[in-house]
Design a protein around this ligand. Structure first.
Ligand SMILES: [Zn+2]
Ligand SMILES: [Zn+2]
Length: 245
């Protein structure tokens, strides 16, 4: 009855009436899904992402998925594989910002739906879900960790365990997206995470969840700690992939 009186609307444009907490077809079609492009089979970066204009991203650019980027040829990352669903731009970026910084937790439904309908089909099997943790100072301001909400959603969807306490952020860091220098980004997150002594990561194949992948330094630092504590494999899944400033 309430739905008839106050129909819900698209959580992105607020124009199109919908009977769920989702986004409309027009807003969905604006999202740039990474699976449409050719990308690195290890870190998932779309080729040409940091130096090409948007016009070069088209489905015709698709040339198979068995190539490595320069960083992965040099074996730069400790995680096994990283995938992101979409480019951090336009309406998905706006949804993430309001979900993350403006307390709009209702956006999680739309974001999770986008994630599940585009879930990467080339991840290896995983048996544990871990969210990239927030520092307590940020939690005090924000009161929730957006990555934990996404990670819990993914864990529920697959009916597997979400470990919320094993990995911790012990040092507050600047947002990676604000740092232009690659060495500085590495330094920013180095030693920022720790793993609790009684963690259950030994022998686990972990899927690490975050909202945005910028240069991978954060995911990589988390992966290092998880592997050090006995995890068998760490794969990374982020909703979006951003260009560093
Ligand atoms: Zn819409
Ligand atoms: Zn790569």
């Amino acid at each position: 009855m309430l739905d008839i009186l106050f129909p819900q609307r698209c959580t992105s444009c607020y124009k199109v009436p919908l009977n769920s907490n989702r986004i409309c077809g027009t807003c969905y079609d604006d999202i740039k899904f990474i699976s449409n492009w050719s990308f690195c089979c290890k870190c998932g970066i779309p080729f040409g992402f940091f130096n090409a204009g948007d016009e070069e991203y088209s489905e015709s650019n698709f040339e198979g998925q068995d190539n490595l980027c320069g960083k992965c040829i040099e074996d730069f990352y400790s995680f096994h594989k990283a995938r992101s669903i979409a480019i951090y731009e336009g309406n998905i970026r706006d949804l993430i910002i309001s979900f993350k910084y403006e307390g709009k937790l209702s956006k999680a439904d739309s974001l999770l739906e986008i994630l599940f309908s585009n879930f990467p089909n080339d991840l290896d099997e995983f048996d544990s879900i871990v969210a990239v943790p927030l520092h307590i100072e940020k939690l005090r301001k924000r009161e929730y960790n957006q990555s934990v909400i996404l990670a819990t959603g993914v864990a529920n969807h697959f009916g597997i365990k979400c470990d919320l306490f094993g990995l911790r952020r012990i040092r507050d860091t600047r947002p990676q997206i604000e740092i232009t220098n690659a060495t500085e980004r590495r330094r920013n997150v180095k030693g920022a995470f720790s793993v609790s002594k009684d963690n259950g990561f030994k022998g686990r194949s972990i899927l690490l969840i975050d909202d945005v992948f910028t240069t991978g330094s954060t995911s990589d630092e988390c992966a290092k700690m998880l592997l050090k504590s006995g995890a068998y494999k760490v794969q990374v899944l982020t909703l979006t992939r951003a260009r560093a400033m």
